[in-house]
Each structure stands twice: as C-alpha cells, then as structure tokens.
Design a protein around this ligand. Structure first.
Ligand SMILES: [Zn+2]
Ligand SMILES: [Zn+2]
Length: 81
C-alpha cells in the first residue's frame, strides 16, 4: 500500500486525512496550543483579546470576558441579536 504522507503527524492532518492516527495527532496539537495560550495569558494578560472569545478561547475570567460570555449566552437563550 502506498502511503503518501506520514500518518499520525500534522502533515497527515493537513492532507485532510481522517484516519485515527492523524486525528489523534491533531487533537494533541490543539491541546498543546490551548495549553500554551493559557500559559501566555497567565504570563501576560494584556495579550488576551478581552471580551467575547477571551473567556472561552483564552481561559480569561476577567470582568469583561466573563460579562461578554454571559451576555452572549443570554442572547442565544432568548434569541436576541
Ligand atoms: Zn492518516
Ligand atoms: Zn479578559
């Protein structure tokens, strides 16, 4: 069988390979990215784009991010725009 790329690496994922090995590599990669982002947030909170997304994407729980996240959930719940 001809294997065009090394499976279990981000190379395979970039080829949109969805075999178990490539999916796992992608999962670990993103977990790693998230962990790094959280470390950066801790080291320097000013890099965080505060507001919507800061809470979920950066793990920032400052007043602004918490409020934006809460407002967003509220809007979705009640269907406001
Ligand atoms: Zn693969
Ligand atoms: Zn924040």
């Amino acid at each position: 069988m001809n294997i065009p790329w090394p499976h279990g690496t981000m190379t395979g994922y970039k080829h949109h390979c969805s075999c178990d090995y490539c999916r796992e590599a992608n999962r670990l990669y993103h977990r790693d990215q998230r962990a790094k982002r959280r470390l950066r947030t801790k080291a320097d909170p000013s890099v965080v784009p505060h507001g919507l997304g800061g809470y979920k994407n950066w793990g920032c729980h400052c007043v602004e991010c918490t409020k934006a996240n809460a407002d967003h959930s509220f809007d979705q719940y009640y269907g406001r725009s």
